[in-house]
Design a protein around this ligand. Sequence first.
Ligand code: DQA
Length: 147
Amino acid sequence: MQKPGILIINGPNLNMLGVRQPEIYGNVSFETYLENLHATFAEVTLGYYQSNHEGDLIDCIQESTKSYRGIVINPGAYTHTSVAIRDALAGIQIPVIEVHLSNIYSREQFRRISLIKEVCVSSFVGFGLDGYKMAVERMMEFIRAGF
Ligand code: DQA
């Protein structure tokens, strides 16, 4: 049987993980962490896409349903500003889980609003990189349940 596909999408500045504000976001790059994820979830086809550009993220979301059963997304700062990314997520028929490394609800006021929260089936916030692992596990449960 074909392995289920889950797509991880990271938004702006998340290509700088490991270098960028390590006191908040840690000192491991996403590429390094992704190797662990691949090893942990051998039964899943994990895709990965990162962009610093809003339109590219939207294109990726729109295309995702052709190859994937679910999306795990950290839109970075677009979480707080992008109605367009929210609309793209609302417009697809596969489940979406939101991840943030930091606890956005205990940081600056402007980070406390997630425009995507309501179009996601679940959110993992403030668990650092482990949040992605938790999100993939949860997504597997959704997929097994027939979503
Ligand atoms: C972030 C939180 C956002 O506020 C910030 O702009 C990011 C990363 C997080 O993962 O904690 O780029 O999404």
